[in-house]
Write a protein that binds this ligand. Structure first.
Ligand SMILES: [Zn+2]
Length: 432
């Protein structure tokens, strides 16, 4: 299917590495040197202590202060179009920098963000005010008490020059060796457990923080805590096996989440999110979204569009993503999957009604990319609004999290009970 092709394309990402030394090809990387208390920091413990922009609308420089072993640091810089972005890929770095730092742009950069893009890999993504060329990118060694510095110089160019660079990058991608796939190691044991698999998908992660409350709470953290609790409770039933698409603060593409669920042969996929509104007056409570080619209302269409931008936010090229949810809704499997998704949404609303606050219009639908698995009933549970102080208080409280996760477990139970009634062959080894 097309999503698989998309993932393959993404994995075969550009490999034009720059850096203080050439990327070794073939032999395994040199193992980390044994710890020597006299020479901190440890190999691999790379941190960024500051990042700043300088310059103007013709030439803009990003400077990142780095601490740790930068002598063998490899990094790679590439550009992405529509929207215009510059991406800097680095080995894993701990960013001791407030995310707020990147919110105010300067010159050619309107904003930038940073974080994990995969285990062992960090990324900086700059949003641009227009097309640029990466004029220079280099690393300055630490001197005296000055940290090492990563410097990226951008100059303004026209769109056609920018697009020529994009095309040249794509051409060099064709010859690049794709990195190994990023499927987690937990894959097989889960499939083998014999229990129905529920994939719990905490939205966002790593470089993509998702929504942020006025007081700084981040969606990626709130939904991860909820998802962990939920998975724990689902597993405690002994009737199903819950698997998380991410266990920590790392990024996964939307199609990667679907592929993960399909590889695990999931019977149910629950994506966990929280939203924020510019005009939050009075709007609060949870909403359950299912997939539809036509949005149930304008607000849901806006929300799906926002959620579907997750890959672009993380600097993943979306140009090859399918935009034709309507076309693929035609086959029987999809129709059956849609029926089951709606059934789960209904039982989830019933259970949530008793346990937690629901939005006035709690079941909505729109073209959410993450819900497009053709054969896995999928819903997106939006816990509430980070723009509502009341919701933020709830979403970060243990009491609410307990009640809300209990409600989801009860809905999972009701869903599988219904399925067993209609299809006695649905496996459930430990069913009562
Ligand atoms: Zn979200």
């Amino acid at each position: 299917m097309r999503l698989v092709a998309t993932i393959a394309l993404m994995l075969a990402a550009a490999v034009s590495w720059h850096g203080a030394c050439a990327a070794p090809s073939g032999p395994a990387p040199t193992p980390a040197q044994s710890a020597d208390p006299a020479s901190p920091p440890q190999a691999g413990a790379l941190t960024a202590s500051d990042a700043r922009l300088a310059g103007d609308e013709r030439r803009t420089r990003l400077i990142v202060d780095l601490n740790g072993p930068t002598d063998k640091l490899n990094f790679r810089v590439f550009v992405l179009a529509d929207p215009y972005r510059v991406v800097v890929d680095l080995p894993q770095i701990e960013f001791n920098i407030s995310p707020e730092n990147g919110k105010n742009g300067r010159g050619l950069v309107s904003a930038y963000r940073f974080g994990l893009i995969a285990q062992g890999k960090s990324r900086i993504v700059m949003d641009l005010t227009g097309p640029v060329s990466v004029d220079k990118s280099f690393l300055l060694d630490a001197i005296d008490n000055q940290p090492a510095r990563l410097v990226i110089d951008l100059v303004k160019v026209d769109r056609s020059a920018f697009l020529r660079t994009v095309a040249a990058q794509k051409a060099s991608d064709m010859t690049a060796t794709p990195p190994p796939p990023q499927l987690p190691e937990t894959l097989l044991p889960e499939v083998q457990s014999g229990l129905p698999i529920v994939v719990v998908d905490p939205g966002h992660g790593g470089i993509d923080a998702g929504a942020t409350s006025p007081t700084g709470e981040q969606e990626k953290t709130i939904v991860l805590e909820f998802a962990r609790k939920l998975a724990e409770k689902i597993n405690a039933t002994g009737r199903y096996r819950a698997v998380l698409t991410r266990e920590g603060d790392t990024f996964i593409t939307l199609s990667g989440r679907i592929e993960f669920a399909r590889a695990n042969r999931a019977s149910l996929f629950v994506s966990i999110h929280a939203d924020t509104l510019h005009d939050p007056f009075g709007v609060r409570g949870a909403t359950i979204y299912t997939l539809s080619d036509k949005a149930s209302d304008a607000e849901s269409a806006r929300y799906a569009e926002k959620e579907n931008k997750a890959d672009a936010i993380a600097g993943v090229d979306l140009t090859a993503e399918p935009g034709d949810v309507a076309d693929i809704l035609i086959d029987l499997t999809r129709r059956e999957t849609k029926t089951f998704s709606n059934r789960f949404a209904k039982v989830l609303i019933d259970e949530f009604q008793a346990a937690a606050t629901l939005n006035k219009n709690p079941h909505r639908s729109a073209g959410f990319m993450v819900l497009t698995a053709p054969d896995i009933p999928s819903v997106l549970l939006e816990l509430g609004y980070l723009s509502s102080r009341d919701d933020v208080k709830l979403l970060t409280s243990d009491d609410w999290r307990n009640r809300a996760t209990d409600a989801v477990v009860a809905a999972v139970d009701a869903f599988f009970a219904q399925r067993r009634q209609n299809h006695p062959s649905v496996s459930n080894a430990a069913a009562p």
